[in-house]
Every structure is written in structure tokens, then in C-alpha cells.
Design a protein. Sequence first.
Length: 341
Amino acid sequence: MVKKICSVIFAVAILSFLKASPAAAQSFFEGKTIRIIIGFSAGGGFDTYSRTIARHLGRHIPGNPSVTVENMPGAGSLIAANHVYRIAKPDGLAIGNFHGYMILNQVAERPGIEFDARKFGWIGVPVSDTGACALTAASGVTSLDQWKAAKTPIKLGAVGGGGDATYTQAKFLRDILNLPVQIVAGYKGTAEVRLAAEAGELAGGCWQWESIKSIWRKALDASEVNVVLQLTPEPHKELPNVPLAISLAKTEEARTLLRAAVHDPNAITRPYSLPPGTPADRVQVLRKAFMATMQDPAFLADANKAKLDIKPMSGEELEKIVSGFFQIDPAILPKLQAIFR
């Protein structure tokens, strides 16, 4: 009897192992379609990165599933983040691509958050971004000195009403670094901010250089748009003479807030994630496929054609950074929360 019971237990253990094994995860994807759910509208930087990745990711997943893209804009990508967490099936066939600032929204206890960032299955990030402010020449501001001396606030476009990078970075510049800024929020994505700036409704906006140079290339080359400020610890190699926002931070508290609210989140601006509860073996398969895609010569050629920088971060590294946001010094938390609200 004891032998029989042991045999049954052993059989159950073997079946459980096979079900959770990488081989089982690999066979699962065959004949399936994976959706990348983007929290922004078509034509912007997030959309460009995800569509480029989608064209190559399937080749690196055993079973070669199809990969499609679905735009789900709204609230600075909060709608997409909540959808991936609460509604999308945790089967490995729904990948979220929302703004990394959404994680800080949770830390800052902003309303509308229906997720716990610590429970997503993090896949990776294609590039650590460089925050930057791009203004049209027509605005009359082509340098930081001109901006500082402006007699009226400079109109900067933003997507979300709070917590989105376009909004938060503009608010940080206004409230912490005292630059003259008027935030105009409510755009569906950076593509709409760009169009509004070209139409003269805005002076420009602050988001990621990696996106700006991709979707605003012609205007940059024609000097119709100028990058006048960087929100990064060190100058980007392509912007060696553009001043850094940290040069405007006059106190240690301002510098600490800049790191917590801008620099660190920019490092994970474009995270890819899976719903909580996705089987661990499928998470690992997709993490491996993501990093393999980042090294694929065909993908890199495609990314280069689209003017996309690629400097990937693994899912494991991303998971550690996300965890770190929940260990921010309580002494600065109230001011951080004020920036994100």
C-alpha cells in the first residue's frame, strides 16, 4: 500500500514538472498569437518601438507564434496597465507596454491605480531612455537661457493629467526647478503633442530623446525643433552640448527628487510585462526571446532604419529596479507624491 501511494505521488510530481517545464511552455506558443498592448496611440515612440519588436519577436519564441500590436491609449497608459493586470489572461499571450512612470504612480498613491507593479511578470526594456525637452523654433525659445528669461510661461504638451512622463517632467521643471512652464494636458500620445507644437498650439514638450529623434527627425534636421534641456544624469552622446536639468537643482533635496522622479524612471520608460499569475516557465521563455530579439541583426537593422536606440535591460534587472521604487526614502515621499498628482 505504501509503495502504491508513493508511486501515485511520484507520478503526480512528474506530471506537475512536465506541465511547468520549459518544453511545455515552448509547445504552448505554437500556432498562437501574442498581443502587445501599447498604452499610447499609433505613430508615437512607444508604438514605433513595439511595432518594430513585434516584427521579429515571434522568430525567437519556440513554436514561432504570430505577434500583433494593439493600441489602448488613455490616461498616460494607465488604462493599458490596469487592463493587463486585471483583465488580460495570464497565459503568456498578452504583453503590456505601458509607461514606466506608472510604477511611480503606485508609489505616489495616485488614484486610478488598479495594479501592484511588484506582481507583473517583467520581460525587459529595449533601451534606457534620456529625458529631454524639445521646443519649436517658432516658439522663440531655442536655448535654456531664453527659456529661463521667458516673460510668459512656455506651453508644454502632456498626455496624462498626472503621473505620465510628459506631465511629470514638465511639472518637475515648474514646481521644483522654477522654470516658467504652462502644462497643457490631455493629448493621446506624443505624436499628438508633436502635431500640436507644429500647429503653434504648443511650444513643445518633454519626453524621451529616443522617441523625439524618431518621430520628429525632419524638423530636428531642419532646425525647426531644438532640444534645449536634458533630464538625465549625464549628457547623451548625441546631445553633448545640451544642458542638464540637474544644473538647475540648487539643493540636495531637489537633486534627490530629480533622481527619484525623473532619472530612475527614465531608465525603465518602456517596460514590457505580463499579467500576474502568468506561468513562470512562459515568463522565462518570453524573457529569453526578448533578449534574443534585441541581439537579432535583422531587428537591429530595422531599429536603425527607424532611428531607434537599442540598449536592452533584462527582465531580471527590470524586476530589481521596480522593487527599488518601493524602498524610496519616506522623508521625500510627500514631495514625490505632490509631483505625481
